[in-house]
Design a protein around this ligand. Structure first.
Ligand code: CP
Ligand code: NVA
Length: 303
């Protein structure tokens, strides 16, 4: 049984085929609509956290491919509380053809995958966000027509989104420069895992954010406080301001540099309005690409 939990579990060739399929499905969707290749297929969407993009893009993606998606809210099934994850996995597997889950602990998606008779898709955990990274890669590929040799500078908190981007860099052959305040850097295990896939040149840690963006084709940022870390928000607001993606910082990069953010954005914190709404922003095409990238994943796993 194949699951989509971590880009590290998929080969570079398989991931590139998913991007090619996403390009195809996007074009097909825009020129008359997708063929109903997932007709009769259903997806359960289990959420332990809020969501706009993940929820709507998976639901619409299933519908546009002729399938059905069922939203299960954080308070409904009590994953691991009302019922064990092993039991939830086996029960859901009797009703649906696939499960997308957004969880706190990454072990919750791996535990679902361990027991599930149907494919599990990771819709974000505290560890990573692989569907986001696939949409991001699609966006970068559309912009530059290639991935190899590009440089993505990531500024701010080294979190779930950073980790999946790093594994994407290792798999697709672009370079990542990460600039985070002391105490908020990527862990050694993640750096070693990325190096094991793509070599040590895949990532460079640079403390000065201005230096980090100098050769960047893409500047990427995310919230300083992820879901589940709300009690740390005040402390984080004190250390992260030098890593804000603002107009003066963007001026340090090139005219061709694009800006990305997985959203939701906290405007005035990690990104300013002038950048988020400026000509180099790709925030909304990037959000739209969640739909197209995930369709490719759904087709691969459920067809
Ligand atoms: N980027 C992203 O996953 O957004 P949501 O939390 O709204 O799903
Ligand atoms: N790092 C953020 C991403 C939200 C899509 C979080 O985990 O809250």
């Amino acid at each position: 049984m194949r699951h989509f939990l971590d880009l590290a579990d998929w080969s570079s060739e398989e991931l590139m085929r998913l991007i090619d399929e996403a390009v195809f499905l996007k074009k097909e969707f825009r020129t008359g609509g997708n063929r109903p290749i997932l007709q009769g297929k259903s997806l359960a969407m289990v959420f332990q956290k809020p969501s706009l993009r993940t929820r709507v893009s998976f639901e619409m993606g299933m519908q546009q491919l002729g399938g059905y998606a069922l939203y299960i809210s954080p308070n409904e099934i009590g994953l691991g509380k009302r019922e064990s994850i092993a039991d939830v996995a086996r029960v859901l597997g009797g009703y649906v053809n696939g499960v997308m889950a957004r969880v706190f602990a990454h072990e919750h998606v791996t535990e679902l995958a361990k027991w599930s008779p149907v494919p599990i898709i990771n819709g974000l955990s505290d560890y990573n966000h692989p569907c986001q990274a696939m949409a991001d890669v699609l966006t970068i590929y559309e912009e530059f027509g290639q991935l190899k040799g590009l440089t993505l500078a990531y500024l701010g908190d080294s979190n779930n989104v950073t980790r999946s981007l790093l594994f994407a860099a290792a798999k697709f052959g672009f370079k990542m420069v990460v600039s985070s305040p002391a105490g908020y850097a990527l862990d050694e295990e993640t750096l070693d895992k990325a190096a094991g896939i793509g070599g040590y040149q895949v990532v460079q840690l640079v403390s000065d954010p201005q230096e980090a963006v100098r050769n960047a084709d893409v500047i990427y940022t995310d919230t300083w406080t992820s879901m589940g870390q709300e009690e740390e928000a005040e402390q984080r607001r004190k250390v992260f301001p030098p890593y804000q993606v603002n107009y003066p910082l963007l001026q340090m990069a090139s005219a061709h540099t694009i800006v990305m953010h997985c959203l939701p954005a906290h405007r005035g914190e990690e990104i300013t309005d002038s950048v988020a709404d400026g000509p180099q922003s790709r925030l909304f095409p990037q959000a739209e690409n969640r739909l197209h990238a995930q369709k490719a994943i759904l087709v691969q796993l459920l067809r």
